[in-house]
Design a protein around this ligand. Sequence first.
Ligand code: BGC
Length: 419
Amino acid sequence: MNLINRLLAGTMAVGALTALSPVTVSAQTAEVLHYWTSGGEARAVGALREEFEAAGGTWVDAPVAGGGGDAQATVLRSRVLAGDPPTAVQIKGPNIHDWADEGALANLDEVAEAEGWDDVLPPLLRDIVTFDGEYVAVPVNIHRVNWLWINPELLAEVDAEPPTTWDEFNATADALLEAGITPVAHGGQPWQDATIFETVVLGLGGPDFYREALVELDADALSGETMIAVFEQMRRIRGYVDPNFPGREWNLATGMVMNGEAAMQIMGDWAKGEFAASDLEGGMDYLCVPTPGTSGFILNSDSFAFFEVEGDDRIAGQRLLASLILGESFQETFNLFKGSIPARTDLPRDAFDVCAVRSMEDLDQAVADDSLVPSMAHEIAIGRSVRGAFLDVVTQHFNSDMSAEEAVELLLEEVELAM
Ligand code: BGC
């Protein structure tokens, strides 16, 4: 019995739930579940929709608002439980393998062969989207998490250069506070807290420590001196955000940097999609530099997976969508809008801005010197339950007066429980 049947066997309200989500049928149909609802994200997913429709497909849009995708993950699970999985879904990292392991995902080998994916995808992405040697998803981009976005005018007001260490960051932030400027634009949501946290882990501990703590979940790394220093730095950062940060969406925080309401934001390069949607230019209107202390690269990559569905039109829709996603022109258009860099390695760099080119160069460098690490906050490093433990502790610490020592104790406890 496959996953869906097994889940159905244990579900009482299936009829009622399936009836909630009818899908229009035509020759090539795709109902696409995604969480790309901010300005830059909507432009990017709009480009995919346009391409799909131009090729004759019927696109049924199923957006679930909520940055980082936690709300969408809940919807996906209930759709699968209801026996009504979407045709295509934006998922990533170990989640892809988990669904594939359950037998829930369609095999894309035929499309992969026809489109030559093996020749254009870097091994780091191939590992994410293949399971047991078969393609079960298609990557759309490469995002870098460890970016600091800066309003240059506000930094100039305190005569500061972009910080390259956390000590410099703290000194600059203190000077900004003194000048009455909010140093850090932040949205208080667990995934955003965890985004900052992992950049501090890399910046203070380096790539080996990052892997020990956030990938291998080594007890000494999780509870030792370096992790205590990470939580202490998180406490400093808490002092640099404005009072209205709780619950704020990440793109509104990016807007604060754009509008001069805050000097800096720590966020992945989907933030660049927001600057781009407002016609702002990297290196001029805003600055993009790696987060303090890092020469490495925290990898995040979005993919689409295709659930096993019935109906020729839906299966044809899946094939069409999968084949368009890695197309050369689409890769360029999409990633310019999204702020990411292409998933395929063979595209010319001319169309990309300074931030994207920096990302491409730093990625090459990180592969060469082994400082490429997978994002914990963005679900590339570890599965949802352990990630949940990190998010929980990081957020609890950020929003209370918990000491760094207490935080590492709790972290170790929660991670071990979730493993
Ligand atoms: C995704 C991005 C998305 C961001 C904010 C990340 O986890 O990989 O595609 O733009 O969350 O929602």
